[in-house]
Design a protein around this ligand. Sequence first.
Ligand SMILES: [Zn+2]
Length: 440
Amino acid sequence: MSDWIARAGQDPALMNDFATLCGFGGRLAGSGQEDAAMDWALERLRETGGTVSRVNVPYDGWRCLDARLQLLQGDAAGVMAGAAAGDSGAALACKPLLRSLSTPEGGLVGEVLDLGIGRLDDFDRAGDTVRGKIVLVRHEYPFSPTHMHRRRKYDLAVARGAIGFLIANPLPDKGLLSGSSGRARGGPGIPAAYIDFEAGERIAAACAAGRARVRLVIDGEELPDALAGVGILDLPGRTDDRIVISAHMDGHDLGQSALDNATGVVVALAAARALAPRVSDRTHGLRICFFSAEEWALAGSARYLGGLSVEELGHLKLDINLDTVAGDDSLTALISDFPELEGFVANSAALSGVPVATYLPLMPNSDHANFAAHGIPAMRLLAGFDRPDSRVNNILSPGDVPSVVREAELRQSVKVTCAMAWQGLTMSGPELDAMQRRTA
Ligand SMILES: [Zn+2]
């Protein structure tokens, strides 16, 4: 390993940055916490040299004003009477998906259909009985080759005629989860919420007994002028070409978004400090991009990249996206159907002395997917791939706090990121362009 990469892994400011960033809170876009954190991160970048800037891009902002869920008692007739009276039933914890459709005045009352995990098979088996029901499905650990993402389950529920969507945490004692519905402003959709494991069990038991009716109240408000910050550090090299390191600043409000994604931001800051003095007239340029509204169906990076000219996009030669880069000691690069990145990652792993696996199929679960959509070779560095029992399983939950992250995990990610960026910065133009080959 190069001495400077080993030294980068010992960055003395890393853990202080991590504590400071987590101290801003969960950094939900629109809360103000993500803006304050962005300002802080840009101050940190200013200390490394280069040109620091911030642009703001519009996104479909939204906030939750009220959310309640009741498991109603009695038979159908009694349920309706209880629903009218508003006082019958057990209150259960719930957390609306971001941008959920609001329920009608008085809430949505309906029968729940338990679809188990909620895969395509489960929906197919239920057939037309889905129509008019509130469906119950289970969240899955999002980083595995076989999982089905929340938004795909939600989209299936909408397509099959469900009137509501409940998605339960599969883990006991882990509380609620957060996530986005992906519904566009003014777009079609159904009321949708996360529930905790225990609420899922109670509703499932009621379903098994043939009397599962719930009342769901979701009152959300559109924020028409919402803006997502994009923080940028630009370090020019010999050419106009840029190697990009990206990480999202925003998160969710149940925990402190320590894993997802304070880890990525502070590793990017440390890598910027180590790389800045090495960007020169013998290398390409380096750009650090911090995005917001990633948790809103990747809206911030989509709008930023969508606003660049074809020429500007053509100069972005590689995106190294850091998202949840600690929480387990295993690292994987999700290489987005760019097969040449396999060798690139192997070389970077050798250079850093840290093993890094690769996974070829595109996983559109972070900002790298928007770079890939523009034909830019893009990967996501991730800890805990296919390890559902790792500490990474605290993401999106109240358990996403600094104590689930180990210092050694952050430090090895700094080394890998430096090795990846350095390899990109020193490749020839034709070598960089060769990485654009795509399998899918
Ligand atoms: Zn993330």
